[in-house]
Design a protein around this ligand. Structure first.
Ligand SMILES: [Zn+2]
Length: 158
């Protein structure tokens, strides 16, 4: 199964990565504004309406800024762990339906396997997600304080 990946934003201005495999379309983090996310998805011929899910690594603003405007409005399912869910609900003041995953437990969103695992970062319970393009144990993953497989840091706020 071919997996394609596009970095929509990185750094303190907002982090978001688009991943597509088969019919499955996922955002890892939604740290750009809803409008920016829409514009950047449009550049690759996609729209927020067709997203299968949004995965959230942790609750910092540069990872969830656009979450309400995309997920709430369009009813896109959001996945995060329990501590991050509680933090997001408080920060965004939303009753957004957040699906809970457990660190270390692999799950699937259609054709995309998701491997969340705990990483060190100053948030409630931050996770990285293994890069589905990489072979096991290559260590490429997305999340706070990590690097993606293009060598660009995906997270740089202090
Ligand atoms: Zn952070």
């Amino acid at each position: 199964m071919g997996v394609s990946m596009t970095i929509l934003g990185s750094g303190s201005a907002g982090n978001s990565i688009y991943i597509e495999a088969g019919e499955s379309r996922v955002l890892v983090d939604a740290g750009l504004s809803a409008r920016q996310l829409r514009e950047r998805l449009a550049l690759i011929g996609r729209s927020p309406e067709t997203l299968s899910a949004i995965l959230i690594s942790h609750e910092h603003n540069d990872h969830i800024r656009g979450l309400k405007g995309i997920a709430d409005k369009l009813g896109i399912p959001v996945y995060c762990n329990g501590a991050t869910r509680d933090a997001i609900r408080e920060i965004l003041d939303t009753s957004l339906n957040l699906h809970v995953f457990h660190n270390g437990a692999t799950f699937s969103i259609g054709d995309i396997d998701v491997h969340p695992f705990s990483v060190p970062h100053d948030a409630q319970d931050p996770v990285g997600f293994l890069d589905p393009n990489s072979k096991p144990n290559r260590g490429n993953y997305y999340g706070p304080g990590t690097r993606d497989n293009t060598g660009h840091g995906t997270h740089s706020h202090s």
